[in-house]
Design a protein around this ligand. Structure first.
Ligand code: UT7
Length: 332
């Protein structure tokens, strides 16, 4: 029997109905469809509207769909990890809210926060539980309601982010398919450049923090851009090299969707053409932990058993990483 690996055996994703277009944003802040499209590749993003609607709404819809699609009884799930930067509340974990909503009564669950690299960090963590034999069926959710923490008076950030997410089912595989390698990195020196100042224990919510608009994403765009281009491209390149993968071997790059120019730079460093790059930033913008599962879902019918995929991300922390996996199933 071969090495036990965690393989993705199903994927589902969900986005809210409301479409926020570039033109609508141009009515709120001093920007234009042309600027946003040429500088980021984004045309529109989805927004979760309504009171008391948190990230768990997105995660629950994705997980429900995943359970149905894979004909999995919720009671069979051993563990659910929810990667998110916008939990419903500081506690309890959004993962707990999702497991309760879908009836995953035998699962333990928790949240993992690693900015836009959250899905890759959670996927790698989940894979260890499977490889060790501790769990047999694990769900990894990547979901964010970025509209909850975006300042729609700040043109440098409100144009990028959107709401959405997806979920994958992981199961053991002994035929060589599944997660083969991961290269994860973090550097807390990134904190000044990308963060949300208030709402945590350092600066609890107060009239002062509200008036100073400190409950929104703060991002020094061009600094983050430079780190993202360099580091996301480097880890994607390195994971190929250390696994002996040539550009021709890679079926798809699955990149975090923050800015099309960062994605292009990563593909170029890997030596792969645009036809092998999963892209949906034009439809959804940057959904933080949601981008990679949303891509896998959109391209699911183009994936074949045995395909070599490189997943790559960069985000707040800073955090960044690449995962190399072999896809485990043909389109149904
Ligand atoms: O996903 C997690 C990590 N985040 C990222 O990876 C995001 C990385 N950063 C970016 O994608 C880009 O930096 C942005 C899209 C945020 C900004 O694009 P940029 O090309 O880096 O622009 P910039 O910040 O260097 O600003 C250039 C100019 C500035 O004007 P001046 O100072 O040259 O007059 C900005 O004020 O563009 C201006 N600007 C805008 N103009 C029209 C910034 N945002 C906008 C806007 N519309 N929305």
């Amino acid at each position: 029997m071969g090495t036990k690996r965690a393989a993705i055996t199903g994927i589902h994703a969900w986005v809210p109905d409301y479409v926020l277009t570039n033109d609508e944003l141009a009515a709120l802040v001093d920007t234009s469809d042309d600027w946003i499209t040429t500088r980021t590749g984004i045309k529109e993003r989805r927004i979760l509207k309504g009171h008391d609607q948190g990230t768990s709404v997105i995660g629950t819809a994705a997980v429900r769909g995943l359970l149905e699609k894979t004909a999995t009884d919720p009671g069979e799930i051993d563990l659910l990890i929810c990667a998110t930067t916008t939990p419903d509340m500081l506690f309890p974990a959004t993962g707990n809210i999702i497991t309760n909503a879908v009836g995953a009564v035998n699962a333990f669950s928790y949240d993992l926060q690693a900015g836009c690299s959250g899905f890759l960090f959670a996927l790698t963590t989940a894979a260890q539980y499977i490889a060790s034999g501790y769990c047999r069926k694990v769900i990894v959710v990547g979901a964010d309601k970025m509209s909850a923490i975006v300042d729609y008076q700040d043109r440098a950030t409100c144009i990028i982010f959107g709401d959405g997410g997806g979920a994958v089912l992981l199961e053991p595989s002994t035929d060589g398919l599944g997660l083969r390698d991961a290269l994860l990195r973090s550097d807390g020196a990134g904190e000044p450049h990308l963060h949300m100042k208030a709402g945590g224990s350092r600066r609890p919510p107060s009239i002062t923090t509200l008036e100073a608009r400190e409950h929104f994403v703060y991002q020094e765009g061009s600094t983050v851009f430079k780190f993202a281009v360099k580091n996301m491209a480097q880890v994607a390149y390195e994971i190929m090299a250390r696994n002996g993968l040539a550009a021709d071997d890679v079926a798809f790059l699955v990149p975090h969707q923050a800015n099309k120019r960062i994605i292009d730079a990563t593909a170029e460093k890997m030596g792969i053409g645009p036809e092998k790059v999963m892209l949906n930033i034009h439809k959804y913008g940057n959904t933080t932990s949601g981008t990679i599962p949303l891509c896998l879902h959109d391209y699911e019918t183009q994936l074949r058993r045995g395909d070599h995929l490189v997943l790559a991300a960069f985000g707040a922390g800073f955090t960044w990483g690449a995962v190399y996996l072999q896809w485990a199933y043909d389109p149904i």
